[in-house]
Design a protein around this ligand. Structure first.
Ligand code: SF4
Ligand code: SF4
Length: 380
């Protein structure tokens, strides 16, 4: 007896509204799955996702590793004879999956809704303004040379971030486990766990091997408008990593060695921070330009795409502005800019499991799941 299909048409409408408006043109020829440079033979994509979304098969579409194994190279969109933009459908499914697996669920909805943006900014703004009022620095600035730790002691900042980042890590863990379990239910066994697949997956991510496969295995001569992706993602990835290493090194310097900030510009950690920040800004400028220039051909960008780009860019730019205003000895501008920078860092890091930044979590989980299944199949 054939299995009954229970369509969820609200889900289909949701995906259509997330930049996948050409979905209905698909006539299931399968060209997209054939030309995709990284589509695996045992679970090819994105043709099946096209029909699953058309039929409203929400669980099947979201509980599959394919949506996160896709690296958005747009080769499928370039070769689709119906201009159905399968790459945009995959991107929409990723957006929907972040909200679907979010813990707590309201955070997933909030990050996907422009109307919630003021509230999301208000949370860190209120926290830092209340702290400043309590420290007595809302109306008066510290005297003398600009030292940000005189304005807000580093211990308070770290206390706030450690507490909220613990919540973010918990949210990311719960979301990742939900996704893993959903894949296990829909796709079958995972080969006994991710432990043995962990190191190869981490190396694949660090080397950006899948991005380079997207470029090197692309068929034919057609231009995909995503040829920059490997280099640009590499720059933003290692730039961001450099900023994380910088911040961590400053913390270690202060607490382990009593080496208080501000550190001189020539200090290696400071140099790493500035070079990393410039790499992030340059990569984000390329991403923003290509999203605008190639929107029609490669697929339109969504609210979550632009929100992520804007927050990451503003965080990095305000970091540079804070440093420049301190060096220019302009306390009335430097201290408020520092607070804006802290608010943006909070937005960027604490909301990681619910924004487009959640690809860090879900793509890693999907890659681990796929790698452990492959290992299990090879062992049989
Ligand atoms: S998305 Fe395009 S290439 Fe893929 S199956 Fe549909 S019509 Fe064919
Ligand atoms: S965007 Fe690239 S990786 Fe994703 S399905 Fe299309 S061809 Fe494959």
């Amino acid at each position: 007896m054939p299995a009954a299909v229970k369509p969820d048409l609200a889900f289909t409408r949701e995906i259509l509204g997330l930049g996948a408006g050409d979905l209905g043109s698909c006539y299931q020829c399968g060209t997209c799955s054939v030309v995709c440079p990284i589509s695996p033979p045992d679970n090819p994509f994105p043709r099946k996702e096209m029909i699953w979304v058309q039929w409203g098969l929400k669980e099947r579409a979201l509980a599959n590793s394919s949506i996160w194994l896709c690296h958005q190279c747009a080769t499928c969109t370039t070769y689709c004879p119906r201009d159905a933009k399968p790459a945009s459908v995959m991107a929409a499914l990723r957006d929907a999956s972040i909200a679907h697996y979010a813990a707590p669920a309201f955070m997933g909805r909030a990050l996907a809704d422009p109307r919630a943006l003021p509230l999301l900014f208000a949370i860190p703004a209120v926290i830092f303004l209340v702290l400043l009022a309590w420290l007595g620095h809302l109306g008066s600035l510290p005297e003398g040379r600009i030292v940000f730790s005189k304005f807000i002691p580093i211990l308070y900042i770290e206390g706030i971030f450690v507490a909220f980042m613990a919540l973010a890590v918990l949210g990311a863990l719960v979301g990742g486990v939900r996704y893993w379990r959903a894949m296990s239910r829909q796709m079958g066994g995972d080969g006994g766990g991710p432990q043995r697949a962990l190191m190869p997956t981490v190396l694949t991510i660090l080397r950006h091997r899948t991005f380079s496969e997207c470029a090197s295995h692309a068929p034919g001569e057609r231009r995909t408008h995503k040829g920059h992706l490997h280099r640009t993602h590499l720059a933003v990835f290692y730039g961001f990593l450099g900023l994380v290493v910088t911040t961590t090194s400053v913390g270690i310097g202060i607490y382990a060695f009593g080496y208080l900030t501000p550190w001189p510009l020539w200090h290696p950690v400071k140099l790493l921070g500035n070079v990393s920040g410039l790499a992030v800004i340059a990569a984000l400028a390329v991403f923003a330009y290509r999203r605008i220039a190639d929107g029609e051909r490669a697929g339109k960008s969504t609210y979550s795409d632009w929100l992520f780009l804007a927050i990451l860019l503003l965080t990095t730019v305000t970091g540079f502005l804070t440093q420049a205003l301190r060096l220019a000895d302009l306390p009335r501008l430097a201290y408020p800019m520092y607070v804006v920078h802290l608010i943006l860092i909070f937005f960027l890091l604490v909301y990681i499991p619910y924004s487009k930044f959640a690809h860090l979590v879900y793509r890693t989980v999907a890659m681990l799941y796929a790698a452990s299944r492959t290992r299990a199949a090879e062992a049989r």
